[in-house]
Write a protein that binds this ligand. Structure first.
Ligand SMILES: Cc1ncc(COP(=O)(O)O)c(C=O)c1O
Length: 401
């Protein structure tokens, strides 16, 4: 296929590390991740250990094992271990942060229109319960890092905005936001910031401590190859005492992070197996993985964009001035006007692509338009994007008629 760019060399053997069905093109790693087989086995072994003697598993050494895991994951992300709590996912962490803020009438939570739907819904619930209000700032798809920063800075209302929620990598639009500069601007205005970094662990090089956010949360079950249900919430020192878990446990009096992390008889095996994901990533070579994935996502965007007649300059790309732009492994392609008229039709189109093209992608209705989001991971090949590029125009023609 002619996309004007060459795909990267595949990482030899990487495909075989996964249990993914080879008959399907899995171009949506960003949604649910895919743990390598070694990680699945590690979790199975820990589960076997748990089921062989539950009393011993839960009462002998589990808090120490969890603390060790937390230290390991926190070090990988560049954040102090005593400010980090293991949680299930970004959805849970968002609810924890929102309920710990002490919101009341007159308060406002500021979001961007690139935010994740369930996070926005969580904010809405917090507003209903407390009398606070939600305000959404619009950021054009083509905004560069400076424009993103200035738009958000202008929207802050010191004294009134009690939380700014901003994504490090956005879900519906695959944008990279300059979160460190945004956090600095918010701090100048006295506005606390929560960074939704759902896609960051593993995908981008990051030192969370340098971002300066009040709250930062990232999923390890997407790009860091952890079993599903593994995320890290990092909380700045000044907030830790105020953080309340969603449910009280025996560790309530132990303070943060234990009181958040310990949730009775839950399944702790995803967290304990998460370091095996980092091991898999490091064995492949983190830099090699990142370079490969970003280059392949770029290739996929160009080849599918070309097949749909989208000029390269209309394909959103990350602002190259941000060093992390070289690692962004998700890309967006605008679909023709009229192909879907809302969220439900976008979902229907995604299913149609899955069924008719044997390809998993994300299709989103955002800002009055339908967008295809593709990802690249070490198990993907250029031929998969070539195949979709060859077949998608026909499917869209049929969908439109
Ligand atoms: C930006 C963003 N935030 C939050 C989430 C929610 O993550 P989880 O379902 O693991 O809670 C996602 C999931 O894709 C996301 O992309």
């Amino acid at each position: 296929m002619s996309a004007g760019v060459d795909p990267p060399e595949p990482l030899p053997g990487a495909r075989l590390l996964f249990s993914l069905d080879p008959a399907t093109a899995h171009l949506n790693h960003g949604s649910f991740g895919a743990p390598p087989i070694t990680v699945q086995r590690t979790q199975h072994r820990i589960r076997d250990e748990m089921e062989s003697n539950p009393d011993r598993f839960f009462t002998q050494g589990l808090p120490e094992r969890l603390a060790h895991t937390r230290r390991h994951l926190a070090a990988f992300l560049g954040t102090p271990a005593d400010g980090a709590a293991l949680v299930d996912n970004v959805t849970t962490a968002t609810a924890i942060v929102l309920q710990s803020l002490g919101l009341s009438t007159g308060d406002e939570i500021l979001l961007t229109d690139h935010g994740y739907g369930a996070v926005t819904m969580s904010v809405d619930r917090a507003c209903r319960r407390t009398g606070a209000t939600r305000r959404v700032v619009r950021i054009p798809i083509e905004a560069d890092a400076d424009e993103v920063l200035e738009t958000i800075r202008a929207a802050l209302r010191p004294g009134r905005t009690r939380l700014l929620v901003v994504d490090q990598v956005t879900s519906p639009t695959a944008r990279l936001f300059p979160v460190a500069s945004i956090a600095a601007a918010a701090s100048d205005a006295g506005v606390p910031v929560m960074v939704d970094a759902a896609h960051v662990p593993g995908m981008l090089p990051v030192t969370v401590g340098d971002i300066g956010a009040d709250f930062w949360v990232g999923n390890l079950h997407k790009w860091a190859f952890a079993p599903r249900g593994t995320a890290l919430l990092a909380v700045a020192d000044r907030w830790r005492e105020r953080i309340e878990p969603l449910g009280v446990s025996w560790e309530q009096e132990s303070g943060y992070p234990q009181r958040v992390q310990w949730q009775g008889t839950r399944d702790y095996t995803p967290w304990l197996a998460a370091p095996a994901g980092l091991f898999a990533l490091r064995s492949l070579g983190i830099d090699r993985v990142r370079t490969h994935n970003a280059a392949l996502a770029h290739y996929g965007q160009r080849v599918i964009g070309a097949a749909l007649g989208v000029p390269p300059e209309e394909l959103p790309v990350p602002d190259g001035r941000l060093p992390e732009a070289a690692s962004l492994a998700m890309r967006l392609i605008p679909l023709p006007d009229g192909i879907a008229g809302g969220v439900e039709q976008a979902q229907a189109l995604r299913l149609r692509i899955a069924e008719q093209l044997a390809a998993e992608v994300s299709v989103n209705w955002w800002s009055g338009r339908t967008w295809l989001r593709i990802c690249a991971q070490v198990y993907n090949r250029a031929e998969e994007y070539d195949r979709i590029a060859g077949q998608l125009p026909g499917l869209l023609d049929r969908a439109a008629s």
